[in-house]
Design a binder for this molecule. Structure first.
Ligand code: ADP
Ligand code: ADP
Ligand code: MG
Length: 453
């Protein structure tokens, strides 16, 4: 087992990884940008190293600075968390070249799955159903129009390198397709330095259901059941739960088996997620693989009782996956609300600034993952998520009640957050009945497109 790990991330996920290291008796080395020098979790790390300026390119995306910090502190492995360098195959290769274990999949698996067009091809080979769409990249508007006519409108134009809901535009006819194509390309180039696009059929009123995977370096792959992440705004998740209230046991089994097939075909190890859209008739379609730990991983930890970050570390250290498929059970129901420093009334505009008051909820079945504290300043340089509030109860109805209780206890100010929206969601009749799709928040609470970046 490792004795020392570098945590190449910030915020709640850096804290989450430091906690896993402490549980395993491993020294965690934290890194921070100049904007994060007051982060409280730096005190929980064995050591902390400044890696550069405020902007992500100067610090958390600065591979050379991170590798230098790893060399200086003599760590055996780097945990990349999510976002930043987590899905960067070149960074994983750099780690390998420097003889530092990258706590994640191999650079080869990341390459095979990182580009969504490549991942779709692999999924088809593994007999995993994909959203009908273009066979490869679509290079011109005219080509996009030809494909859309074949698929039938509406379609979705998507960035092959996409992530975080960006570089994605719907089109309902040829005219909107042509403008959407231009916008998607510009957005993809700005966000990912890669303007490659492809076209998919737009699935109407879909549910987002994803499967948590774990694989080891000996070729063992298991799933840890599904999460439902249909509650989104701007194609980004806001509420997640497990089990999915939308699918039958039969669909659940088929989805999980398909995800495992794809992971095996990619030679995947570590933790990963296979995302699907599920339509009203429970047909499911692969959309992408997230080759990393996900924001919403604690939902699965609550229902299965497994520690996913510890598993990632054990697998990277070469341990075989002792956990067998028939030992993984979904027990009870877990819900997560992402508490973001943003204003839902104002198009989810980010609302950074100092937190003066903070009272975290507690009691039976509540888990809060946060790096925030009273006096903490939410920086405008990074993601707006300040906390993840989770509950775990015997049934979905009990979990909703516990979430209402926890949201009522949660005090954070004076910054604006998504808490009032979450309170409203937990009361909403369709949500309580489990009848939601990815358009639910925008349909029910509206006005969210105004702040679209
Ligand atoms: P999930 O929430 O399921 O883990 P997301 O796609 O929402 O996945 O991304 C998680 C985090 O990673 C977010 O902070 C998001 O902004 C960031 N992220 C995802 N993809 C990219 C990307 N290609 N480039 C930069 N950041 C990304
Ligand atoms: P990202 O990499 O940004 O997470 P995904 O491909 O995972 O992108 O899609 C994110 C979300 O966008 C989905 O959960 C869904 O809400 C919406 N979406 C993506 N593709 C389609 C599609 N073909 N039809 C309808 N909605 C889609
Ligand atoms: Mg996704």
């Amino acid at each position: 087992m490792f004795t020392r790990i570098l945590v190449a991330n910030r915020g709640e996920i850096a804290l989450r990884i430091i906690r896993a290291c402490r549980d395993l008796g491993i020294d965690a080395i934290a890194v921070y940008s100049r904007a994060d020098r007051d982060a409280a979790y730096l005190n929980l790390a064995h050591d902390a190293i400044c890696i550069g300026g405020e902007s992500p390119t100067q610090s958390y995306l600065n591979a050379a600075a991170i590798i230098s910090a790893a060399e200086l502190t003599d760590v055996q492995a780097i945990h990349p968390g999510y976002g930043f360098l987590a899905e960067n195959a070149r960074f994983a290769q750099m780690c390998r070249d420097c003889r530092i274990e990258f706590i994640g999949p191999s650079p080869e698996a990341m390459q095979a799955l990182g580009d969504k067009v490549a991942a779709r091809k692999l999924a088809k080979q593994a007999k995993v159903p994909c959203v009908p769409g273009s066979p490869g990249n679509v290079d011109s508007e005219d080509e996009a129009v030809a494909i859309a006519e074949k698929l039938g409108y509406p379609v979705m134009i998507k960035a092959a390198a996409g992530g975080g809901g960006r570089g994605m535009r719907p089109a309902h006819n040829e005219a909107t397709l042509r403008t959407s194509f231009k916008h998607a390309r510009a957005e993809a180039e700005a966000a990912f330095k890669d303007g490659s696009l492809y076209v998919e059929k737009l699935i109407e009123r879909p549910r987002h259901v994803e499967v948590q995977l774990l694989g080891d370096r000996k070729g063992n792959v298991i799933h840890l059941w599904e999460r439902d992440c249909s509650l989104q705004r701007r194609h980004q998740k806001l509420v997640e739960e497990s089990p999915s209230p939308h699918i039958s046991a039969r669909t659940r089994a088929k989805l999980c088996a398909a995800a495992v097939r794809l992971a095996r075909a990619a030679g995947y190890y570590s933790a990963g997620t296979c995302e699907f859209l599920v339509d009203e008739r429970e047909n499911f379609y692969f959309i992408e693989v997230n080759a990393r730990i996900q924001v919403e991983h604690p939902v699965t930890e609550l229902v299965t009782g497994e520690d996913l970050v510890q598993w990632q570390i054990r697998i990277a250290a070469g341990e075989p996956l002792k956990l067998k498929q028939d030992q993984v059970h979904q027990s009870g129901h877990a819900l997560e609300c992402r508490i973001n420093a943003e204003s839902p009334e104002d198009g989810f505009r980010p609302s950074p600034g100092p937190i003066q008051r903070l009272i975290l909820p507690g009691g039976p079945g509540v888990r809060v993952d946060t790096h925030a504290y009273a006096g903490y300043n939410v920086s405008p340089f990074y993601d707006s998520m300040v906390a993840k509030l989770l509950v775990h109860r015997a049934t979905r109805a009990d979990a909703i009640r516990a979430m209402r209780r926890a949201l009522a206890e949660f005090v954070i100010g004076p910054i604006q957050t998504t808490i009032p929206l979450h309170r409203a969601i937990m009361e909403q009749a369709d949500f309580v009945r489990g009848r939601v799709d990815t358009g639910f928040i925008e349909r029910t609470f509206g006005a969210s497109e105004r702040g679209k970046s």
